[in-house]
Ligand binder design. Structure first.
Ligand code: PEP
Length: 249
């Protein structure tokens, strides 16, 4: 049985005051919730949010990390640093990082390995653009993105990882994949892993991300291979995010 997970990606939003209010509201609301709940604040706030959430059911993660462990990498943050200030997870390969900051499949694989080496659980984001979906190459794109990491890190590394399927056309657009569209790709992802290691595939959590809201969460999370969600915009409102967390069973 896979425990569902709901992760809130705050992206570049928030302030100390807003974060304190938001995390308090989430902690209040998710007590007794079946899902594992995580929030991913901007890097400068990870330490403080982790401190505020300490001892609560809410975990904290980073939104990205450096491929390197230590050294002359001005502006970068290592996995060990995120871990040191209380993060347990980190997003790797979010489509905004791939599209805006030039993160190739190879860089994403390096980050995945760096995350685990530094003691973090990577949440590996994969997903196709609208053009790729319309060209009928969704599965090929997702397989390529997964294969780059599997080839570099090894299949066994996925026993300590989470995968998030995030169709790029659904992120921040209000256009959600239908539950059937999500299930089709989630089933493909599970099958991809099952062909390599059936037990691992059975335990692997595959989250859906892309305009998840309280109004569509239960339907999406009700699909056989959807193990929860990676939530952007709707994770910035405590009430809405809590309703999404409660929908994951
Ligand atoms: C995301 O940032 O990963 C995301 C899914 O955003 P949104 O929920 O706003 O589409």
């Amino acid at each position: 049985m896979r425990r569902p997970m709901v992760a809130g990606n705050w992206k570049m939003h928030g302030s100390r005051e807003e974060n304190a209010r938001l995390v308090a509201g989430v902690i209040d609301g998710v007590n007794g919730c079946v899902a594992e709940v995580l929030v991913f604040p901007p890097a400068v706030y990870v330490a403080e949010v982790a401190h505020l959430a300490a001892g609560s059911p809410v975990g904290v993660g980073g939104q990205t990390l450096c491929t390197q462990a230590v050294g002359a990498y001005t502006g970068e943050i290592s996995a060990a640093m995120l871990r040191d200030v209380g993060a347990t997870h980190v997003l790797v390969g979010h489509s905004e990082r791939r599209a805006m900051y030039g993160e190739t499949d190879a860089v994403v694989a390096e980050k995945f390995i760096a995350a685990q080496a530094g003691g973090l659980i990577p949440v590996l984001c994969v997903g196709e653009t609208l053009e790729e979906r319309e060209a009928g190459i969704t599965e090929a794109v997702v397989a390529r993105q997964l294969e780059a990491v599997v080839a570099a890190a090894g299949i066994a590394a996925f026993a300590q990882a989470v995968v998030a399927y995030e169709p790029v056309w659904a992120i921040g657009t209000g256009r959600t994949a239908s539950p059937e569209q999500a299930q089709a790709v989630h089933g493909f992802i599970r099958g991809y892993f099952a062909a390599k290691d059936a037990t691992l595939a059975d335990h692997l959590r595959v989250l859906y991300g892309g305009s998840v809201k309280a109004s569509n969460a239960a339907e999406l999370f009700g699909m056989a291979d959807v193990d929860g969600g990676l939530v952007g915009g709707a994770s910035l409102k405590a009430d809405e995010f809590v309703r999404i967390c409660v929908a994951a069973r």
